[in-house]
Design a protein around this ligand. Structure first.
Ligand code: ATP
Length: 304
């Protein structure tokens, strides 16, 4: 390291699954009121921040060719917003290694924004507290505050207002990743067009999480956007049916889709389900993940 030049900072940041997603009224600002239960799961992007003049973004990994590398990248906007807020010079080269599917309903872009806030705060030594970072995160996007925080949380308003929930246990998921993404605004437009009803909301999920039993959670997984996502991508029904056929405890489209999350009873059960699902050819690829996991955290790359 050159004297006075900070070392690069790498932050690992998870994906999310919505265990419950209740979509309410369309608000005057164009957003729907939501009540959602987020869980952070062990599928990660890594954001590395290196000192530089000006801001740049390079993206590698899963679906990188479909992600913008300039100012349209939400990570770029996160660095810019932090620099403006703390009045820092704001130079950084951001490298994003994507493990979260792009436009998969798992909030990969929001994860990168959260990771960038933590990475730049450490790189620039701006030492923002969690409250400041959370306020900035909420301005960048509805899911960004949750990816900063991780764990399991209840999200209301656009999803950016978070409350603790009592969640016991670790849950094992099999994720069916689709070919190509779904646009979140298009899924909400389909929700409106279909005149979709608002479902039962998060109470069942909150009660199940208190028991820590995956069997209980599987019964109550709910996503009001699921019919809209299926209307745009009918093949998602086949994935959900396949999950039930091979013995998943339950399944749900994650957020706006098209990723489908299947719940297993244990890590071993998830391994078996993943192998069977991959053999059926109903999705592009299959991943396993568990949750809840921590939100955006600096990683010690020298320990690897
Ligand atoms: P959500 O679940 O929050 O609705 P998503 O997981 O479905 O989001 P993202 O992966 O966040 O979708 O990407 C949505 C779009 O945002 C992509 O099509 C991409 O063009 C754009 N985008 C901008 N920055 C990023 C980024 N850092 N990573 C991924 N996509 C990005």
């Amino acid at each position: 390291m050159l004297a006075g030049v900070p070392e690069p900072v790498t932050v690992r940041v998870p994906a999310k699954i919505n265990l419950a997603l209740q979509v309410g009224q369309l608000r005057p600002d164009g957003y729907h009121d939501l009540a959602t239960v987020f869980q952070a799961v062990s599928l990660y992007d890594e954001v590395t921040a290196t000192p530089a003049t000006g801001i740049s973004v390079a993206v590698a990994g899963e679906g990188a060719d479909t992600v913008p590398s300039g100012p349209e990248n939400i990570a770029y906007r996160a660095a810019q917003a932090l620099a403006a807020d703390v009045d820092a010079p704001g130079g950084v080269a951001l490298e994003i290694a994507k493990g979260i599917p792009v436009a998969g309903g798992m909030a990969g872009g929001s994860a990168d924004a959260a990771g960038t806030l933590v990475a730049c705060d450490a790189l620039w030594g701006t030492n923002c507290d969690r409250g400041e970072l959370t306020a900035l995160a909420a301005r960048l996007g509805s899911d960004v505050p949750f990816l900063l925080r991780g764990g399991t949380a209840l999200g209301t308003s656009r999803g950016e207002i978070l409350a603790d929930v009592l969640a016991r246990g670790t849950y094992h998921w099999v994720l069916a990743l689709a070919d190509g993404g779904l646009s979140t605004p298009e899924v909400y437009a389909a929700f409106d067009r279909l005149g979709s009803a608002t479902g039962p909301g998060p109470d069942g999920v909150l009660a199940a999480l208190r028991t820590g039993r995956a069997e209980d959670l599987a019964e109550v997984l709910v996503n009001d956007l699921q019919p809209a996502a299926i209307s745009l991508r009918p093949s998602l029904s086949r994935v959900l049916d396949a999950g039930a056929d091979i013995g998943a405890l339950g399944g749900v489209v994650s957020g706006s889709g098209p990723t489908v999350a299947l719940l297993a009873s244990s890590a071993e059960h998830a391994a078996g389900l993943a192998a069977q699902l991959a053999g059926l050819g109903v999705c592009r690829t299959v991943r396993r993940a568990y949750g809840p996991v921590a939100g955006a955290r600096v990683v010690d790359v020298t320990a690897r």
